[in-house]
Design a protein around this ligand. Structure first.
Ligand code: SAH
Ligand code: DHB
Ligand code: MG
Length: 221
């Protein structure tokens, strides 16, 4: 697909409304410097997540998959002074880079990076009966998205917003015979979502500087 128009328009929007400050630019640069993948959300998607957090009046945010902390920085900037964002990352190297980026953004008091496999950290949070989150952003490994969502529901209250990145994967979700485990993971997730009566949900396609993809948006009933 020719993505050049979507890319140009994405830059147009970002120039108008999605400006990155030095901390966000440095976070993107740190990924190349540290040999980490460029899997962060785009600037406009970061702004979108920030607006969602403000719309929820979020005081407690949970993220699965920290990488360098780019999306976490966007979302944490919507928090009040007594707010909290917990972000879970299984790779200790990624977590260390993220902590550094979050500190440089002046957000260390609001953001906690928890190192561990998301499913293990979530299970602990559930067994400790942790207070519910207002916004949950699922963006870790794709095969267990269904299990992540089920766990996220147990850390939610009516009105909690759950956003899941990368559920369309350049339209590869249309291929019922796909052997790609990431595609299979989000296909299984999307099917589950369509039957899940605990939430009101949709999927928005995302285009622009990143490849064509989609975000599932679900509000807990
Ligand atoms: N949300 C980030 C991007 C996350 S990329 C942003 O937009 O800025 C996905 C991250 O999930 C990677 O850093 C990867 O190491 C991490 N990850 C992969 N498997 C995981 C697991 N089982 N538990 C927690 N994190 C995981
Ligand atoms: C992948 C993961 C992401 O979170 C993303 O935004 C893009 C790609 C991946 O694992 O391929
Ligand atoms: Mg993603």
């Amino acid at each position: 697909m020719d993505n050049s128009l979507f890319e140009k328009v994405d830059h147009y929007i970002a120039d108008l409304l999605g400006a990155e400050d030095e901390a966000l630019k440095a976070t993107i640069q740190s990924l190349d410097k540290e040999g980490m993948p460029q899997f962060s959300v785009s600037a406009n998607q970061g702004k979108f997540l920030q607006i969602m957090a403000m719309t929820c009046g979020a005081k407690r945010i949970l993220e699965l998959g920290t990488l360098g902390g780019y999306a976490a920085i966007w979302m944490a900037r919507a928090l009040p002074k007594d707010g909290k964002l917990i972000t879970i990352e299984s790779d200790p190297g990624h977590a260390a880079v993220a902590k550094d980026n979050i500190q440089k953004a002046g957000l260390s008091d609001l953001v906690e990076v928890r190192i561990g496999k998301a499913i293990d950290v979530l299970s602990k949070m559930i067994s400790y009966k942790m207070s519910p989150f207002d916004l949950i952003f699922i963006d870790a490994d794709k095969p267990p998205y269904t299990e992540y969502f089920e766990a996220a529901l147990k850390l939610s209250r009516p009105g909690t917003l759950i956003i899941c990145d990368n559920v369309i994967r350049e339209g590869k979700v249309l291929d019922a015979k796909s052997h790609d485990d990431k595609v299979q993971g989000v296909q299984r997730f999307n099917q589950m979502l369509s039957k899940n009566t605990a939430v009101l949900a949709t999927i928005i396609q995302t285009v622009g500087t990143k490849e064509h993809d989609g975000m599932a948006i679900a509000v807990v009933r």
